[in-house]
Design a protein around this ligand. Structure first.
Ligand SMILES: [Zn+2]
Length: 309
């Protein structure tokens, strides 16, 4: 298990600490793309953040983090499922020069219309139930600041994040203040004790440097930061790359374009050739496949693999 996410609780159970460091998963995200370093770093930070948040969702389904931009980057998107399998991609805006450097604001928010979007999408929805979607303006200089702003604006638990990425690694740490539930196992805790624990954890993690976060194994890092604390450690969770795209889903997307549009593409190119935005897998639809898309009783879409989710 190379890519892990680890969870800890402070001894008084008032603060959750999580750390993640990705290598193979992060390499897989970048495999079919050639992103400039500034974009790599932003996407990697968003990938690390998605695992830290998805590790706490309580349903089968996925958490999607999106930054929609009005600059050279149109969209950064990461989808992380409850089992911590994830996929991610970037959409550039056509006609924009992508600078080799640049920060989140200059790449995504030069016109002030950038948005940070969080979607919680349960796999099995009750009738009429929709995915939950929260949207806030893109504020802050980093992905961590934008996400902290989102958490605050949506009145979620007090959360601090430290994120870093380069071409080799994507890493992050999260500290989150938990509500006090009481119960027989919970220690007696005054609000003042809990506030002190929170301040202490934030101060200790606040010393974290970007290079240190990228270069250090999780156990070593957590020990280095919190050696004076007693942390309760949980079993590590595995993070992996996975793209659930299928021919059937691509067929649905083509259907949504409409028969006329598909016929135009066919007339122009002889076949419809699309590739998955996330993994780059090519999907070809020839004239017969395209006709089947719009027949009243469409046969199963060619070599569609069985749906596994
Ligand atoms: Zn795919």
């Amino acid at each position: 298990m190379t890519d892990q996410l680890k969870k800890y609780l402070t001894e008084d159970r008032s603060v959750r600490v999580q750390a993640v460091r990705l290598e193979a998963t992060w390499k897989a995200v970048q495999a079919n793309h050639d992103y400039p370093p500034a974009i790599t770093n932003l996407l990697g930070e968003l990938v690390a953040a998605s695992t830290l948040l998805a590790a706490n969702i309580k349903f089968d389904g996925s958490l999607v983090l999106q930054i929609q931009g009005d600059g050279p980057i149109a969209l950064l998107v990461v989808e992380c499922r409850h089992d911590l399998s994830l996929r991610a991609t970037v959409k550039m805006r056509e006609g924009h020069e992508v600078p080799t450097d640049g920060d989140m604001q200059s790449l995504l928010n030069p016109g002030g219309n950038g948005r940070f979007i969080v979607v919680l999408d349960p796999q099995r929805k009750l009738p009429g139930q929709q995915a939950y979607q929260g949207i806030v303006p893109l504020e802050g200089d980093t992905v961590a600041e934008a996400l902290q702003h989102y958490m605050k604006a949506s009145e979620q638990l007090d959360t601090r994040l430290w994120l870093a990425a380069d071409a080799g690694h994507a890493a992050g740490m999260l500290a989150q203040r938990l509500p006090h539930h009481g119960g027989s196992e919970a220690p007696v805790l005054t609000p003042q004790d809990a506030a002190e624990t929170w301040d202490r954890v934030c101060a200790l993690a606040g010393t974290l440097q970007r290079d240190e976060l990228l270069a250090t194994e999780i156990d070593k890092l957590v020990h280095r930061l919190f050696w004076e604390e007693t942390l309760l450690a949980f079993d590590p969770l595995e993070v992996r790359w996975h793209c659930p795209c299928t021919r059937e889903r691509v067929a649905n997307m083509l259907r949504s374009l409409g028969e006329e549009e598909i016929q135009d593409i066919l007339a122009e190119r002889g076949e419809v050739d699309v590739s998955c935005d996330f993994c780059g897998k090519p999907y070809k639809f020839d004239a017969v496949d395209c006709a089947a898309l719009f027949s009243p009783n469409p046969p199963p879409a060619g070599d569609a693999p069985p749906t596994v989710h």
